[in-house]
Design a protein around this ligand. Structure first.
Ligand code: GDP
Ligand code: IMO
Ligand code: MG
Length: 426
């Protein structure tokens, strides 16, 4: 079978974790293909809330293999914490989790370099999660990185020391103060734990699974507008968060990609710095933040909130080849009597309906149309027949504009608060 992909179309936190968990019973394998512990994917069921950072969101279901692919960067300290927490909850991780030998390792000094780089940027900082993501991908593409497969070699410690020595020189350049020794022992404890996990050639595993007609879902992290090539550069992350990233991040050929599920909020959020044309820096934004509990799952920072942005969504759909849309957090708009949708941008007096090269230094004025709210508590709805008319109109308006069907509508954080509109998911 082909590999289906689920990824975010906005600036992350669209609700990927929830929907991967909802879809997992249809798949044999769930695979993360990029990013690292900058991700925070939330799952809710049976009254419990779980946040995953490195481990794929299929981990709570039986009979599913979860793969951390070669495109992911792994912090052994955070991975160990995640695994310890899952074991405490009674999840048998050992049978359900495999790690690619080719995934790169986040060293303690990568985290220090992330902090040093951000501090040096002052007001221009990216707003990184400070998990060491940028410096680790820099070492990967700079051909200096350490990979999971390296930890089994006798000279791993020498390789580690040599790279740390380079990092110390860079930290000197930044004039950054730190205490490395206290960070190193949890790192090596994490390395020892990884040694006990199934560490595999994940590209072979996945391609065999494809040949054997197994179903695979690739789980994206971050969102399209944070993609290093197509996002709001330089206010982006350091990986390809888009469908193409699935191919390089898992070793799966483009002609093996099946459905591409694009997931978006019924409004829009962003955490960290960078442009956000439809941001509402006012009481409406505050109302969205409150209703949506918009605080980062990884850093706890308040998320910036605004209206949905169609030029940005159209761009994301184009770049990813989205075949089905999934709309999240519709319930957050329950109490709004009218809902705005950004249809165009005005830049330098010109009206455009596409994402231009530069939204960082240019002043982008969003142009809105307005739709009626539904003023209904959606969180209690069970089936598609119960959707209020004004919500159906909102959905149909978006489908017409975006030219892709909305197959699912999420009306609450719980697994069960999911309305299916497409028989494929029934
Ligand atoms: P991810 O990074 O894409 O997995 O998303 P996050 O977990 O960072 O953020 C999504 C947040 O919204 C989490 O707190 C989820 O529990 C919550 N959530 C997901 N879907 C819904 C929904 O339909 N309604 C509401 N109110 N919350 C939701
Ligand atoms: P999930 O998978 C939202 C943002 C950071 C910052 C920028 C760069 O949960 O959707 P980085 O740590 O990658 O160097 O940060 O990207 N960012 C995210 N925002 N959700 C995420 O992941 C994010 N991962 C990174 O806030 O602006
Ligand atoms: Mg998140």
């Amino acid at each position: 079978m082909k590999v289906d992909v689920l990824l975010g179309l906005q600036w992350g936190d669209e609700g990927k974790g929830k929907i991967v968990d909802v879809l997992t019973p249809k798949y044999n394998v769930i695979a993360r293909f990029q990013g690292g512990p900058n991700a925070g994917h939330t799952l809710e069921f049976d009254g419990i809330k779980h946040v995953l950072h490195t481990i794929p969101s299929g981990i709570f279901r039986n009979n599913v293999m979860n793969v951390v692919g070669n495109g992911v960067v792994i912090d052994p300290v955070i991975l160990k914490k995640e695994i310890d927490a899952l074991i405490k909850l009674g999840v048998d991780v050992s049978n359900r989790l495999t790690i690619s030998k080719k995934a790169h390792l986040i060293l303690p000094t990568h985290r220090l370099l992330d902090a040093a780089s951000e501090a040096s940027k002052g007001k221009e900082k990216i707003g990184s999660t400070l998990k060491g993501i940028g410096p680790t991908y820099m070492d990967k593409t700079g051909r200096n990185g350490l990979r999971v497969g390296d930890i089994f070699e006798n000279n791993f410690r020498q390789k580690y020391d040599a790279l740390v020595e380079k990092h110390k020189q860079l930290l000197k350049f930044y004039n950054f103060e730190y205490n490395l020794s206290e960070l190193e022992s949890p790192f090596f404890e994490g390395i020892n734990l990884i040694k006990k996990l199934p560490v595999i050639d994940s590209e072979h595993f996945l391609n065999k699974a494809i040949q054997n007609n197994k179903s695979i879902l690739a789980e994206g992290a971050q969102g399209t507008l944070l993609d290093v090539d197509f996002g709001s550069y330089p206010f982006v992350t350091s990986s390809n968060t888009t469908t193409a990233g699935t191919c390089t991040g898992l070793g799966v050929a483009p002609n093996k990609i099946g459905e591409v599920f694009g997931i978006f909020k019924a409004y829009c959020t962003r955490v960290g710095g960078g442009p956000f044309p439809t941001e509402l820096d006012n009481e409406i934004g505050e109302q969205l933040r409150k209703a949506g509990h918009e605080f980062g799952a990884t850093t706890g920072r308040p998320r910036r909130c605004g209206w949905i942005d169609l030029p940005a969504l159209k761009y994301a759909i184009m770049i990813n080849g989205v075949t089905k849309l999934i709309m999240m957090k519709a319930d957050v708009l329950d109490s709004f009597s009218s809902i705005k949708v950004c249809t165009h941008y005005r830049i330098d007096g010109e009206l455009i309906d596409y994402m231009p090269f530069d939204i960082v230094s240019k002043k982008v004025e969003p142009v809105y149309t307005e739709l009626k709210g539904w003023n209904t508590d959606l969180t209690k709805l069970n089936s598609i027949d119960e959707l209020p008319n004004n919500l159906i109109q909102y959905i149909e308006y978006l489908e017409k504009e975006l030219n892709v069907p909305i197959s699912m509508v999420s009306v609450g954080p719980d697994r069960n608060q999911t309305i299916v509109r497409d028989k494929v998911f029934a």
